[in-house]
Design a protein around this ligand. Structure first.
Ligand SMILES: NC(=O)c1ccc[n+]([C@@H]2O[C@H](COP(=O)([O-])OP(=O)(O)OC[C@H]3O[C@@H](n4cnc5c(N)ncnc54)[C@H](OP(=O)(O)O)[C@@H]3O)[C@@H](O)[C@H]2O)c1
Length: 314
């Protein structure tokens, strides 16, 4: 099968297309014929070697942590899935999705409703669940709350604006002027151009600042947080960890770092929001598998409007 592989860490040029053997599903795994795989910033962070401490040392590596396709084969102990079903599957940092076929655990594979395309489905876990878990588990979002989404036009941001609205919040979205129309179409109540206005200087106070690009800090956003307001940052760092520790021990405003954790109920919740048209998946660009290096370069510009998806032709 064809796969986009890396044989060492480095720039987009280390990605090459190779012919390698198809993986064989273990007893509790399914083999998926992949139709779409999502590009996430963590993919190029892995490619650069930024996460090498968390990964095994083996090369070649196939990146790609969330993908959709059709079940081609099932392992002997797979109980609830069968050949021919349209599915989405998530993997950890070990990846495997930048290929024509990949194996996935039955426990991390969901059957797709007919009205969700492979491209849409491929984006549900990382961006979709991050928005849901970040707002709900960390931000403690409730109907009627005032929420800022910083980075509203990106992969996570476009989900976050919509999910915050579905959960009943009033959303102030921060993006650049070129993305105003997009963000307005997602239901944002107020839109701020970060090149014109520093949202941390707004006179209003907010229950949650959801920092989907992670470029601000708790201390910068302190002024716009209500007394029990929560700053959620999805780009973990040591200073963020320290601030979170300090604010956890003190009453008042909180700083919280976020790391996505796989949860099939949350995934189904996001999927259900898409299937029932409560939210829509914004796909900026698609690339063929052969252009994986270009897809990475585009993601690295950090200018994507919504998600970037690689479509695998068979
Ligand atoms: N902790 C976790 O579990 C987790 C999960 C998912 C993602 N993440 C991280 O979250 C970050 C965002 O992910 P993503 O997929 O949403 O990335 P993305 O799609 O690449 O984000 C691109 C968007 O960011 C916007 N942006 C760039 N600079 C900005 C600024 N200074 N202020 C406001 N918006 C700005 C861009 O808008 P303009 O072009 O208008 O500037 C663009 O629309 C990444 O660092 C990713 O690794 C973490």
């Amino acid at each position: 099968m064809k796969a986009a592989i890396i044989k060492k860490y480095g720039g987009p040029e280390v990605i090459t297309i190779a012919d390698i053997p198809r993986p064989v599903p273990g007893p509790k795994e399914v083999l998926i014929k992949i139709h779409a795989v999502s590009i996430n910033p963590v993919d190029w962070k892995i490619r650069k070697g930024n996460l090498k401490m968390l990964l095994n040392k083996k090369f070649p590596k196939i990146l790609g942590i969330e993908f959709s396709g059709v079940i081609e084969e099932t392992g002997a102990d797979v109980k609830n899935l069968k050949k021919g079903q349209r599915v989405f599957a998530g993997k950890g940092y070990e990846g495997g999705g930048y290929a024509e076929y990949a194996v996935a655990d039955e426990s991390r594979t969901v059957v797709l409703p007919d009205n969700i395309s492979f491209e849409e489905a491929s984006t549900m876990a990382v961006a979709g669940m991050t928005a849901l878990q970040g707002l709900r588990n960390k931000g403690k979002i409730k109907a009627g709350m005032d929420v800022i989404v910083n980075g509203a036009s990106g992969g996570v941001g476009t989900y976050a604006v919509q999910i915050a609205k579905v959960l009943g919040a009033k959303v102030t979205a921060v993006c650049s002027a070129r993305n105003f129309d997009l963000v307005k179409s997602l239901g944002a109540d107020v839109i701020i151009d970060y090149k014109e206005t520093d949202f941390t200087r707004l006179p209003k106070k907010y229950n949650i600042v959801f920092d989907a690009v992670g470029y601000r800090s708790f201390w910068q956003t302190y002024r716009v947080l209500k007394k029990r307001g929560i700053y959620v940052n999805i780009s973990p760092s040591f200073p963020l960890y320290i601030t979170s520790m300090i604010t956890r021990l003190n009453p008042g405003r909180k700083s919280k770092g976020f790391m996505l954790h796989p949860d099939m109920d949350d995934l189904r919740e996001v999927m259900n929001m898409i299937a029932t048209k409560k939210i829509k998946v914004i796909i900026d660009k698609t690339f063929p598998l052969e252009k994986m290096a270009e897809a990475h370069s585009y993601s690295e510009t950090e200018r994507a409007r919504g998600k970037i998806v690689v479509v695998v032709e068979h």
